[in-house]
Design a protein around this ligand. Structure first.
Ligand code: UDP
Length: 361
């Protein structure tokens, strides 16, 4: 079986790393399976791309489509045009896409139109929020996927509700967590650890990059000022996403606790999360990682496509207003974090399950 694996953005790199390892393991056991890695170039900053390839030992892509940034349509269109040529020149039996970025949807469409089977890893999750580009990417991708790999039973149920054939829906767990388990003994402190006088549990991690939180400069500034205040005596480490940085530009903010740093590599970032007091974020992936590491997470969104991080894990959905964050964070300061567990099959073996299943098709 010849598989083309697509990755375009930071969370994709974290998800494909263990899948590639699982394929290589099967190859060593003598299975007839090969892969070709295509990087669409959606994320191209060193901080968001190269660092992850190096740290997670992901092989150099066989092809880089170098699409770079653009509007939603420009980027999606550019990926489709380039990926069509890529597939014509390098035919395969299956295209494997992960997550919910533009590359996921664009490459799924191109593959399907060339009558190539599509496997979607992290299929079936839904926020119900059609203002999120990611939700549209998920729905479109799942509408043409052949083999669905899900992180939760609720994601599988969503797919069945849409009429997907049960035989093609596989609840396998979470590949992002495979990467976490594979690297927990490699994480290390960032260079600024001593300079900022960080100690285990004496700081908060903040990440914000979703349009609903960052696209309007004034409300972003108010949010940052509010977070700066609620942090009390804790420092707030804020690895600033390029999108958020572009909005803030050169604005000089008078913040006491928030310390701006570059987007972190995976190994430093996981170290920071693991040792933090709490995390404030609008990321989906981070709410999964905090769940597994048992770190309280406050998600600045009105909805989540990962409900198990709330019902089982450490995630609290707080909405996008600073008042709501203050309320939930205040309760946490008073009562402490709540009892939490790890969702089913988030055990580090999901990628191996995926490859086992694909080999049977
Ligand atoms: N991440 C990282 N360094 C950072 C911020 C994030 O390594 O400075 C990792 C982290 O593991 C997270 C993943 O990147 O789970 C994806 O994060 P992002 O918020 O970009 O994407 P989302 O999960 O919201 O799609």
């Amino acid at each position: 079986m010849k598989i083309t694996i697509v990755a375009g953005a930071r969370p994709n790199f974290i998800k494909i790393a263990p899948i590639i390892k699982a394929i290589e393991k099967k190859q060593n056991e003598g299975a007839t399976i090969s892969y070709r890695l295509v990087h669409t170039g959606q994320h191209y900053d060193k901080n968001l791309s190269d660092t992850f390839f190096e740290e997670l030992n992901i092989p150099k892509p066989n092809s880089n489509l170098e699409v770079k940034s653009g509007s939603q349509a420009e980027q999606t269109g550019a990926i489709m045009v380039a990926f069509e040529k890529e597939l014509q020149q390098n035919p395969c039996d299956l295209v494997l896409v992960v997550g919910d970025v533009n590359s996921t949807m664009a490459c799924a469409i191109v593959a399907k139109k060339q009558n190539i089977k599509v496997a979607h890893v992290e299929a079936g999750i839904r926020s119900g929020d059609m203002t999120m580009p990611e939700e549209i990417n998920r729905i479109v991708t799942d509408s043409i996927t052949d083999y669905f790999f899900t992180t939760s039973t609720s994601a599988s149920e969503n797919l069945l509700k849409y009429g997907v054939d049960k035989a093609n829906v596989h609840f396998v767990g979470n590949v992002m967590i495979d990467t976490l388990y594979q690297n927990l003994d490699r994480i290390f402190e960032p260079k600024f650890w001593n300079e900022f006088e960080l100690e285990t549990r004496n700081y908060i991690i903040l990440t914000l990059h979703r349009p609903s939180n960052v696209d309007e400069e004034q409300s972003l500034i108010q949010l940052l000022q509010g977070i700066d205040k609620l942090a009390g005596d804790k420092k707030v480490i804020f690895p600033i996403h390029p999108r958020t940085k572009a909005i803030l530009g050169e604005t000089n903010l008078d913040l006491k606790n928030i310390l701006f740093v570059e987007p972190q590599g995976y190994l430093n970032f996981m170290y920071l999360i693991k040792n933090s007091f709490a995390v404030i974020t609008d990321s989906g992936g981070i709410s999964e990682e905090t769940t597994v590491m048992g770190i309280p997470c406050f998600t600045m969104r009105n909805n989540t496509e990962r409900p198990e991080t709330q019902s089982i894990g450490t995630n609290t959905l707080v909405g996008t207003s600073i008042e709501n964050l203050e309320k939930h964070f205040g309760e946490f300061l008073q009562n402490g974090g709540r009892e939490a567990g790890i969702p089913e099959l988030w055990d580090g073996k999901s990628s191996e399950r995926i490859i086992e299943i694909l080999l049977k098709y």
